[in-house]
Design a protein around this ligand. Structure first.
Ligand code: HEC
Length: 462
C-alpha cells in the first residue's frame, strides 16, 4: 500500500503518507487525555517526498548582513498558515503546511489537550523583564515544514517502532517554527500588554511566586499570552553548523493583525562562537532596539551566554545552537546546558567560563555528534523534538505505558544514560521488563518520588 502511494498519488506539492492515523495504539499514557473539550489536531500525515524546485523566500537574503530581513522572509512562510480563532492557535483553513512531532504527549511536560503545548522551562525572576516574579510557566508547540516533515515520515513510518537512518539529515529548505506562550503578568512583563490570549490546560498555581504543582492530571484551563516565536532553518550557506536559529518576541502595543504584525526580530545565530570567552561574539545578531526591553539589566545582562542569541524564555547560560547541537540518540553523559555553571558563582572566574564555553559552545555540523567519543545510535541534526520524542517513547516502554515489544531504537547503545533512576534493565524494557512489571502492579509499591524518578524526564530548557 505504501509503495503504491509513493509512486502514484501526487497531492500538489507534497506526497502524503497514508498515516493520518499514525499514533501508536499500544500507547496508553497520552497527556492529551486530561482536561475536556476538543483536542488539538495538528498534522502528523507526514509527506514522503517534497518538491523543492522553488527556492524559499529567505534563500536570496544574507543572514549575516541582513538578519532582520532574513527572519521576516522566514516568517512570511509561517503567517499565511496559522490563525488565532477565539482563544486558540489554529491551522489556517485554506493552507497549512506544518507538521508536529509524534511522542511529545507524554511525561509531566507532555502535550496539553487544547493546543498540544509542551511544558518548557519556567522563567526565573528577572528573566523576562526586570520585575517578573518566580513561578510563571512557559508552554510551546513546534512544527516542521514539508521538507522537514519528510524526515519524521521516514523515521516514524511505524510509530510504535521507529527506525533511524544511519545519519539523520534534514533537507535544505527545512524550516521549523515554535510558538511559546506564558502566563506571566503583563503588569510585570509590559511588552506583553495587548498580546493575543490563548487558553490551554496548564499546571495550577500553588501560590503567587511559588513554583506550580506539576501533575498532568491536575492541569487547569488558564490564559496564556504569546511571548516568543522561534525559527530554525537548515541553510546550505551556514557552514559552521548547517543551521540558522532565531527568535522574535511579541511586542505591544498591538497593531495590524495583532499577531504576526507585532513580532519583532530579537536575535539570530549561525554559529556558537567557540573559543570566545568574552562578549566579543560575532556569529550571533541581537536586535539593539530591544536592549532594556528583553535584556540589559542585572539578572539578565544578555539573552544568551555573553551575547549569543537566545530568547527571553531561554536560559542566559545557553544559546539556541548550543542546546540544539546536543541532539543525539541516546544522550551521552551531558544533555543540554544545565545548572552546573552558576552565573553568580562562576561568571567571574576565568577558568570556569572557559570550561563552560569549551563544553557547550562548539560548532558542530548537522551530521556530526556532540560527545563523539560516547556511543550513539545516530546524530539528530539539531532536532531536539526528535531527541525528546525518542526519550519519551522509551520512557513509556519502561513505565509500561507502551505495551508489547520493545522498540528497536530503545534497545540501542547505552540508552540508559538518558534516563534517571533506570540502569541495567534498559536494553529490554517493555512487556518483558522488570521495572515495567513493577510499575504496572496496582498500586505501585514504591514511593511517589521513586515513581517520579522513573517517569519524569528533564524539562526542556532547564
Ligand atoms: C536550554 C536548551 C534550549 C535552548 C537554549 C533553545 N532550545 Fe529550542 N528546543 C529545546 C528543546 C528541548 C526542544 C524540543 C522540545 C520542545 O519542542 O518543547 C526545542 C525545540 C525547538 C524547536 C522545534 C524544532 C526542534 O529542533 O525540535 C525550534 C524551532 C527551536 N527549539 C528553536 C530555538 C531557538 C530559535 C532558540 C534560541 C532563540 C532555542 N530553540 C533555544 C531546547 C532549547
Amino acid at each position: 500500500m505504501k509503495a503504491l502511494i509513493r509512486s502514484t498519488m501526487y497531492l500538489g506539492l507534497v506526497l502524503l503518507s497514508s498515516q493520518a492515523d499514525a499514533a501508536c495504539s499500544r500507547f496508553t499514557g497520552s497527556t492529551m487525555k486530561f482536561g475536556g473539550g476538543p483536542a488539538a489536531t495538528w498534522r502528523t500525515d507526514y509527506p514522503l517526498e517534497v518538491d523543492t524546485k522553488n527556492a524559499p523566500p529567505w534563500a536570496s537574503i544574507d543572514f549575516i548582513t541582513e538578519p532582520a530581513k532574513y527572519m521576516d522572509a522566514v516568517l512570511s512562510t509561517v503567517r499565511t498558515d496559522f490563525a488565532v480563532k477565539d482563544d486558540l492557535l489554529v491551522a489556517n483553513e485554506k493552507q497549512h503546511n506544518w507538521w508536529i512531532s509524534p511522542w511529545m504527549d507524554y511525561t509531566n511536560a507532555g502535550r496539553e489537550r487544547r493546543m498540544g503545548l509542551t511544558n518548557e522551562r519556567g522563567p526565573k525572576p528577572g528573566d523576562l523583564s526586570p520585575t517578573n516574579r518566580d513561578g510563571y510557566q512557559v508552554w510551546a508547540v513546534g512544527f516542521y515544514n514539508a521538507p522537514g516533515a519528510t524526515v519524521f515520515g521516514s523515521i516514524f513510518e511505524d510509530e510504535c517502532n521507529p527506525k533511524f537512518p544511519t545519519t539523520v539529515r534534514f533537507p535544505d529548505q527545512t524550516a521549523s517554527v515554535k510558538f511559546l506562550f506564558t502566563n506571566a503578568s503583563p503588569d510585570e512583563v509590559t511588552y506583553l500588554k495587548g498580546a493575543p490570549e490563548f487558553t490551554a490546560f496548564i499546571n495550577p498555581d500553588t501560590a503567587p511566586g511559588q513554583r506550580p504543582e506539576i501533575r498532568p492530571e491536575k492541569r487547569e484551563p488558564r490564559t496564556l499570552r504569546l511571548l516568543q516565536v522561534d525559527i530554525a532553518i537548515r541553510d546550505p550557506r551556514a557552514d559552521a553548523t548547517d543551521w540558522v536559529f532565531g527568535t522574535f518576541i511579541w511586542r505591544g502595543p498591538s497593531k495590524g493583525d495583532r499577531f504576526f504584525d507585532n513580532m519583532v526580530p530579537a536575535s539570530l545565530q549561525w554559529g556558537n562562537d567557540p573559543g570566545v570567552y568574552d562578549r566579543g561574539v560575532n556569529q550571533s545578531w541581537v536586535n539593539p532596539v530591544l536592549k532594556g526591553v528583553i535584556f540589559g539589566w542585572n539578572e539578565r545582562p544578555f539573552l544568551g551566554f555573553n551575547g549569543r542569541a537566545n530568547g527571553p524564555a531561554d536560559n542566559l547560560r545557553s544559546s539556541c545552537l548550543s542546546c540544539h547541537s546536543t541532539a543525539r540518540s541516546p544522550a551521552g553523559h551531558l544533555r543540554q546546558v544545565d545548572g552546573r555553571f552558576d552565573m553568580d558563582r562562576d561568571y567571574h572566574t576565568e577558568a570556569r567560563v572557559r570550561e563552560h564555553v569549551d563544553t557547550w559552545f562548539r560548532n558542530i555540523r548537522g551530521n556530526e555528534l556532540f560527545l563523539p567519543n560516547e556511543p550513539a545510535t545516530t546524530n539528530l541534526d539539531y532536532s531536539l523534538q526528535l531527541d525528546s520524542a525518542i526519550v519519551r517513547l522509551c520512557t513509556a516502554c519502561i513505565t509500561g505505558e507502551l505495551s508489547g515489544p520493545t522498540p528497536e531504537i530503545c534497545r540501542g547503545t547505552a540508552f540508559q544514560t538518558t534516563l534517571r533512576g533506570v540502569t541495567k534493565q534498559s536494553r529490554a524494557m517493555c512487556s518483558d521488563n522488570a521495572t515495567a512489571a513493577r510499575l504496572k502492579a496496582t498500586p505501585f509499591s514504591g514511593s511517589r518520588s521513586e515513581f517520579d524518578a522513573l517517569t519524569t524526564i528533564e524539562l526542556p530548557r532547564q
